[in-house]
Design a protein around this ligand. Structure first.
Ligand SMILES: O=C(O)CCC(=O)C(=O)O
Ligand SMILES: [Fe+2]
Length: 383
């Protein structure tokens, strides 16, 4: 993408001591730049006592079991249609790879700010270590990054964003060398997540009634997967003594195909928007992945699967760390559109107009910067 487009839309900044003394202060005095009390108060969260529904749980072992596969696939499908989210158990991901990733991420965030800033985000760029800001301001010219110190609101989080696939696209300047095992951990984890996504897509195709290879090709291309695109976010949400005044991650939908989220701890914080507008808090199951449908899969499925808004609120006393992999559906040609097979099979009208992928990325980022949803603008009247 043209750097000029990024400048307009990318709202990432270096974390500096100037923004907030000691980054995310452990005091009840929250710096003004984080305060979004109105936004938090205006939202309604589904209470514990009311949480009669749980986020659906899908079991990979059952998907793979010939006796149970059909009913588990139906469960997977209904989770993607109704919630756009589920927790995945018995996923079969190499435990050692997961552990190395968790250890590296935890060590990285425990480093002093100066060390983390060795891979700091650069002005107008997306990759690297930094934090998100929000609001009308574009990044300012001061050397520290900065954003507009007055009007932009900061998310209560620090994060490392990296393009992880294809391998040739990696910009190693942003890949930490501290802790020393981090790069290997990212590399191994990235490969594991691509194969997990590929496995899941096979079952999603079965549920959607399309050829497995057609859906997989949208993510991985026709050949050995060398066309795939994958991005990773490693997020750390420090505890906040006034969690009712700040937001850990601004409400958004994920642009890409499929998102695979790993919790490093059991701290809750992720909330999923339900049809009635209320926020549903996810209770992470130990060892499970939280999987969600991104905008591109919503389009491919012709709106059968839903890309649902979510956000993060920090916890009052406990830090939360997550590793998030975005497996994109950008392979196989330059256009994003509903899978043709879906339209032919059921006499379905297309629910989205097709769009060039580059235009899509630009539109997504621009809308995100403005707090609007780009996917909605692609809807056809038959929705
Ligand atoms: O850390 C989380 O729980 C959510 C992160 C997320 O939504 C994202 O990276 O898009
Ligand atoms: Fe997200």
């Amino acid at each position: 993408m043209d750097p000029a487009d990024y400048n307009m839309v990318v709202k990432r900044d270096r974390v500096t001591d100037a923004v907030a003394p000691s980054g995310f202060p452990d005091t009840v005095e929250i710096p003004e730049r984080f305060i979004r009390t109105d936004e938090v108060r205006a939202s309604v969260v589904v209470g514990e006592e009311e949480a009669a529904y749980e986020l659906p749980v899908v079991d990979m072992a059952s998907l793979l079991d010939p006796e149970l596969s059909a009913s588990e696939t139906a469960k997977l499908g209904s989770a993607c249609r109704d919630w756009g989210f589920f927790q995945l158990t018995n996923h079969g991901v190499d435990e050692a790879v997961m552990q190395q990733m968790k250890d590296s991420a935890a060590q990285f965030f425990s480093l002093p700010l100066e060390s983390k800033n060795a891979v700091a985000v650069r002005r107008g760029g997306l990759q690297g270590f930094g934090h998100h800001f929000n609001g009308p301001a574009a990044a300012s010219d001061d050397a520290g990054g900065g954003g507009d110190q007055h009007s932009a609101k900061l998310d209560w989080a620090e994060c490392l964003l990296l393009d992880t696939q294809p391998v040739e696209s990696r910009n190693m300047e942003f890949w930490p060398t501290d802790p020393p095992a981090f790069r290997d951990a990212l590399d191994a984890y990235s490969a594991e997540m691509a194969s997990l996504a590929r496995r899941l897509l096979g079952f999603m195709a079965a549920d959607l009634g399309v050829n497995q290879e057609a859906l997989k090709a949208a993510f991985f291309g026709g050949g050995g997967g060398d066309e795939m695109r994958q991005t990773m976010g490693v997020h750390h949400y420090p505890p906040c003594r006034r969690p009712d005044t700040v937001i850990g991650m601004t409400p958004h939908t994920d642009a890409f195909g499929l998102t695979l989220l790993l919790h490093l701890d059991d701290t809750p914080g992720l909330q999923v928007r339900r049809g009635d507008g209320r926020w549903f808090p996810v209770r992470p199951l130990p060892g499970a992945f939280v999987v969600n449908v991104g905008d591109a899969l919503d389009v491919l499925s012709n709106a059968a699967y839903r890309s649902v808004e979510h956000r993060v609120l920090p916890h009052a006393h406990r830090a939360r760390t997550t590793v998030v992999v975005f497996q994109d559906a950008s392979a196989g040609g330059g256009v994003l559109a509903p899978l043709p097979e879906l339209l032919l099979a059921g006499d379905e009208p297309p629910r989205y107009r097709s769009i060039e992928k580059l235009q899509y990325s630009k539109g997504y980022l621009r809308a995100l910067g403005q707090g609007t949803n780009f996917l909605h603008t692609l809807k056809t009247s038959s929705r």
